[in-house]
Ligand binder design. Structure first.
Ligand SMILES: [Zn+2]
Length: 494
């Protein structure tokens, strides 16, 4: 009888309108990727990490790119709807839903990427026209055509619809990424993305749910790898919800593998009834009366969603710390040059610039006797009109990227005075400047395999420059060039 009722619910779900009971394609995708058995390093390591770090907390900001795959229909949603979707997900991740602050704060936030994979400025929205914007439920057949590097960006594809009309979204999971890294990200139907434009509204949004899968969460009634089909309790009493240990049968192994979500057989019966007091799990032990946690973002009942839990945050923290360590930062990277201009001077020492992306809103000056090392994994983004000045007797070793900060071109590098040196080596890149390198009055440049990209003038050489040695350097312009085409020069003498 129970299975018959289950089938009835599925049929109702499938035939209902797009605004009701639409479901997530994650379970089918997971089954397709993983089969019915197997093991996962991610799962084994996550359990141990959670046992070792039960009180871990963190703060995470995640650069996000939204790929809008459209055929010029309503699925080509506005920038405003995209931003609203990000804002809504951030509220939900911080414990606020529909204006009410009554949930758990995960301390995880999304932001639209400001720099694309090539170092160019972006609003984090990538519009791609496709001929047939109806997609299967698999991620692997198409998502990888559009994704930006999955270790650096959270990729979300917004689509017209899935081939199965009841589906609203799909996500990868760390265990599926272990199988195929090309399938990493989310895909969400535009009706279910955000809270404005074509979106159906606050009760139908899917981003916060699919993002949970992306960070390692399962549906509340999860089953896998031959373990019991849910974490409803048998009568032995050995696998109580608060029994977190590394034994098969503990709450870290069963069901959704989260210890502070109540066990459920099926999280969405009856659909649309948000009364969490309904029993979600039958048990022969009458001392356990489990709630029906429809209010959790990993249930299917989007209209009932309110919160994640601390236990779910812990699993997401593990994913961010150990599985996606290059994805996030602990602060929101500044993309604004609106603040006060702060000049920085390095004097009489050796300084190693830290890795990562840095906004430079003043001039950097390296004085006589000082050396500044800019490593391969550092990107310095100079605000409009700012420059790097290498004074007489100073040295800059450049292996990283110097570029602009999206508010116009920066001025470039000025090498001035006897004994001042710029030593650039692969993969050094100097881009989006007015004069990439200006060698004058006794300065010296030695550049090997250095890229000069989209500079109005790449290299300007004064009459008394000491040395200008270039080996295998590239002078490039591409479609992103925003300088004056009329004045462009690879090398200009004066
Ligand atoms: Zn789901």
């Amino acid at each position: 009888m129970k299975y018959f009722l289950f089938l009835i619910v599925i049929l109702i779900s499938t035939n209902s309108s797009r605004s009701q009971n639409a479901i997530c394609a994650f379970d089918d995708f997971y089954a397709q990727m993983m089969g019915s058995g197997g093991s996962s390093d991610y799962e084994d390591n996550s359990i141990q990490w959670i046992l070792d770090n039960p009180n871990f907390t963190g703060t995470y900001y995640i650069p996000t790119v939204v790929h809008i795959l459209h055929d010029n229909g309503p699925e080509n949603i506005s920038d405003t709807q995209v931003q609203d979707a990000i804002d809504q997900a951030n509220e939900q991740l911080s414990g606020i839903n529909n204006g009410i602050n009554n949930g758990h704060n995960t301390n995880i936030q999304l932001y639209l990427a400001t720099i694309d994979p090539y170092g160019n400025c972006t609003n984090g929205i990538n519009r791609v026209q496709v001929n047939d914007p109806v997609f299967p439920r698999e991620l692997d057949t198409w998502l990888s055509n559009y994704t930006w590097p999955v270790d650096k960006y959270f990729n979300v594809a917004v689509i017209k619809e899935f081939s199965s009309s009841s589906l609203v979204g799909i996500s990868s999971h760390p265990t599926t990424v272990e199988m195929d890294a090309d399938t990493d990200g989310n895909a969400i139907r535009h009706y279910n993305f955000g809270n404005s434009g074509t979106a159906l509204g606050n009760t139908e949004n899917a981003l916060v749910h699919e993002f949970g899968h992306y960070l390692g969460l399962y549906h509340l009634n999860w089953k896998q790898f031959g373990l019991p089909n849910d974490n409803c309790l048998p009568c032995t009493g050995t696998n109580l919800p608060d029994n977190a240990n590394d034994e098969v049968g503990s709450c870290l192994h069963l069901g959704d593998r989260i210890c502070d979500t109540d066990p459920v057989n099926w999280p969405s019966i009856p659909f649309g009834n948000c009364d969490i007091d309904n029993s979600g799990c039958e048990t022969c032990d009458s001392s356990y009366d489990f709630n029906f946690p429809k209010d959790n973002y990993m249930s299917y009942d989007a209209p009932c969603h309110v919160t994640y839990t601390q236990g779910q945050s812990l699993r997401m923290y593990y994913t961010l710390e150990e599985f996606r360590p290059n994805l996030w930062s602990t602060f929101l990277p500044s993309s604004s040059c609106d603040g006060p201009s702060l000049d920085v001077t390095y004097s009489s020492n050796v300084f190693d610039y830290p890795s990562g992306v840095h906004l430079i809103n003043g001039n950097i000056r390296v004085n006589n006797g000082a050396t500044l090392n800019i490593p391969q994994d550092a990107t310095l983004r100079f605000c409009n009109g700012k420059k790097l000045i290498i004074e007489q007797g100073a040295t800059v070793n450049l292996n990283g990227t110097l570029t602009n900060a999206c508010d116009g071109y920066w001025e470039g590098i000025e090498i001035k005075g006897a004994g001042s040196r710029l030593i650039a080596n692969d993969p050094a890149t100097i881009q989006n400047s007015n004069i990439g390198v200006d060698v004058n009055s006794g300065g010296k440049i030695e550049a090997v395999s250095t890229s000069f990209l989209n500079n109005t003038v790449s290299l300007q050489i004064g009459a008394i420059a000491e040395v200008c040695e270039l080996t295998d350097c590239q002078f490039l312009l591409n479609s992103d060039y925003a300088g004056s085409n009329f004045f462009h020069n690879d090398v200009r003498n004066y």
